[in-house]
Design a protein around this ligand. Structure first.
Ligand SMILES: *Cc1c(COP(=O)(O)O)cnc(C)c1O
Length: 423
């Protein structure tokens, strides 16, 4: 079985042959890799080829693939029950652990995806404040709910436009899109429309436009404006949670949100999301309050078991620091190889997330991300893939390292890069 024949067959029954668009390799061209199994830092495809993985299922696999304690926890849970649709003690255990690790969480609700968490967070912000406007930032991704599939309109303060067909303009009109890291634009929006703003949602470290760090004072300005105008600050930590720091980006940057959304690592590779924060806001959720939210498979026993087992590994002393050091050695090594090959390139990391940029310095905005050399990235991506290194198939995604990656994988990656930067 080849990747090519599997992809052709998939396209006969699945739109584009994939169940989530970036998997189709449209950005980089070529045939997506069909995987069969994974262990630690490695993946094996349908042709039996082994890869070092820097995608980690887009973030969840921080413990490395098929970690024995995570697999054992899921197997034990599966043997007890696949689903009850009724409460279990393990859900409380996971909620307690989340509240302990992320101190801004006073109450938590478990859902089945990051999209559900953010969709519910903005409904809650609106329900709590009685206001309509949501503010987001260009280049941040918060899942695929209608109100968040919005891009900037023309002019700095105009309302957003749908970024997908099927999203009514009227829906997009209630979302304002600003430039990431632009504190002035934020202040000026709040000065004009602060009383109509229900909430601001932001990736505290942006990982869906490659990797963009928050500028000094940006997150603090968000907190200050939201507090002054009675708007809800939502930190979308679906990606950064348990990656940027054990307490999330909010712990690292010292910003306390009203609501936090989690997913990815929190579910350890199974479908799980979470939303949590201030008790007075969270208690507006049904059944206590008027904001409706529900889910047949919410708090699913397998997903809860995978999340608990993964977080217990991540919370071990020095786990986060060790993966952070591995990640730093990867990005520094890659920059070094690029310099030796004479390629315009920069890189940076925070926690176990990293960004690779075919431009002279790390970008600080969506516009700067767009200025990177996409063709050069695509050539590098395919040269690395050929040499058994799997990076995200797009120049606009962050990369991830796991606790199972060590010096042998970093050395092998740098050896491949030595050739790939010259390809
Ligand atoms: C992945 C992601 C989401 C969406 O999560 P899904 O589980 O894919 O629905 C939301 N926000 C951020 C920041 C993400 O990275």
């Amino acid at each position: 079985m080849t990747n090519k024949s599997l992809f052709e067959r998939a396209q006969q029954v699945i739109p584009g042959g994939v169940n989530s668009p970036v998997r189709a390799f449209r950005a980089v061209g070529g045939t997506p890799v069909f995987f069969e199994r994974a262990l630690g830092p490695h993946l094996w495809d349908a042709e039996g080829k082994r890869y070092i993985d820097y995608v980690g299922s887009w973030g969840p696999m921080i413990a490395g693939h098929t970690h024995p304690s995570v697999v054992a926890a899921v197997q034990a849970a599966a043997a007890r029950a696949l689903s009850f649709g009724a409460p279990t003690e393990q859900e409380t255990q996971l909620a307690e652990l989340l509240c302990q690790l992320v101190p801004s969480l006073e109450r938590v609700r478990l859902v089945s995806s990051g999209t559900e968490a953010t969709m519910t967070a903005i409904r809650l912000a609106r329900g709590f404040t009685g206001r309509k406007l949501i503010v987001k930032f260009e280049g941040c991704y918060h899942g695929h709910a209608d109100a968040l599939l919005v891009k900037a309109g023309s002019g700095a303060l105009t309302f957003g436009n749908p970024s997908s067909a099927g999203v009514p303009e009227e829906t997009a009109a209630h979302t304002v899109v600003l430039d990431y890291n632009n504190i002035e634009a934020l202040r000026s929006l709040f000065a004009k429309q602060g009383a109509q703003i229900a909430g601001v949602i932001v990736e505290p470290v942006a990982g869906n436009m490659n990797l963009v760090l928050p500028a000094d004072g940006f997150l603090q300005a968000l907190r200050e404006q939201c507090t002054r105008h009675g708007a809800i600050l939502i930190l979308d930590e679906v990606m950064t949670g348990f990656r940027v720091a054990l307490g999330g980006a909010q712990a690292r940057y010292g910003v306390k949100p009203d609501l936090t959304t989690l997913g990815k690592v929190a579910g350890g590779g199974l479908p799980l999301g979470a939303l949590g924060g201030r008790r007075d806001i969270m208690e507006k959720l049904a059944p206590l309050g008027p904001v409706y939210q529900a889910g047949t498979l919410s708090g699913n026993p397998l997903a809860v078991a995978a999340g608990l087992a993964t977080l217990q590994l991540v919370a071990q002393p020095r786990f986060i620091e060790r993966v952070e050091a591995t990640t730093r050695s990867l990005v520094e090594g890659l920059a070094n190889e690029a310099r030796k090959a004479g390629v315009t390139f920069s890189s940076q990391s925070i926690g176990s997330m990293f960004g690779l940029y075919f431009r002279a310095s790390p970008p600080k905005s969506f516009a700067e991300v767009m200025q990177s050399d996409k063709e050069r990235f695509n050539r590098f991506f395919h040269a690395m893939l050929e040499r058994g290194v799997y990076f995200a198939p797009s120049a606009y995604e962050a990369g991830f390292v796991s606790g199972a990656h060590g010096a042998p994988e970093i050395d092998a990656t740098l050896a491949a890069a030595r050739e790939a930067f010259r390809a």
